[in-house]
Design a protein around this ligand. Sequence first.
Ligand code: HEC
Ligand code: HEC
Length: 266
Amino acid sequence: MEIRDMLSGFKSTSGVLALFFCAVLSAPVAARSEKGDEARRQELHQYLKGRYLFQKHCTTCHGETGRGDGPWAADLKDKPRNFRVGVFKFRTTPFGKLPVEADVRRTIRSGISGTAMPFFKDFSDDDVGALIVYLQNLSRKWDDEELKAEPIALAPRPEWYGDADAKKLRVKKGKALFAVNCVSCHGEKGKGDGPASVGLIDIWEHPIVPADLSGPHHKSGDTPEDIFRTVATGLNGTPMIGFHDILDAESIWDLVAYIQSLPADD
Ligand code: HEC
Ligand code: HEC
């Protein structure tokens, strides 16, 4: 038998096999691939909508390609995020991990106090979702399973928080914890002027100073829960690590009470 005949014999067998598999599998495969196509179409639609909204509302600061180099960036003290790096400060997930969708949603909805990052209250939930799909396509980090994580359990506000007398003792404990863990950067009075505060840079290679914790406003929100979240999870890309694995929830609440007791003009 010639090689060509063998090949044609093989071909016809595989053709039959192919037909056989088609007959057996065609129904579920078709259904599955239709669903896949629909999901892909949805994602593409969200991506394009997100890109449109990003071009319209975000590029003046975050830049045409999301590198944080828009025309306004040069004049801003806190630089707009470079989304190509795929590192996010404001999260409920452990230090070093990607944020969950709700985290990015919260930042877009609430803005970042004390910086140029505005809040976008008028977007629909779908608009914000589309923007997030777009942001997630600007960096490969979002495909890295190692960087994905669930939010950490944030301990609820303790009862003593509303009790002035009980709180005094907690503030004292918080002050002691602050002296050990935080003063080096944030300074004796939380003004952000500790001995280690000089010459710090973030991973985007911009100078960064420890936050002045004495005012009422904080970047990632002003409620006790917001401050607890920041201290527990840290701010990725900055020297502000998360203390979730270092301090227990009670100690973090003591610190929050102390931070909120700091006088604003001192
Ligand atoms: C006027 C300038 C400006 C505009 C417009 C702007 N941003 Fe920002 N954005 C910033 C700055 C500045 C920061 C960084 C603040 C910081 O790190 O403290 C920021 C940070 C962010 C972050 C935080 C990421 C993190 O680390 O957790 C997100 C998300 C974000 N911007 C999304 C958007 C989106 C989406 C739009 C458009 C709908 C937008 N921004 C428009 C200035 C701007
Ligand atoms: C190695 C230096 C360093 C240490 C130690 C440190 N921080 Fe920070 N912290 C920073 C920097 C830098 C920022 C500002 C990050 C930014 O602006 O994006 C910050 C920001 C914060 C914020 C956010 C303020 C805001 O505007 O949202 C809080 C709250 C905070 N730190 C609390 C603490 C507490 C409590 C401790 C101790 C348990 C601590 N930090 C230890 C460097 C440090």
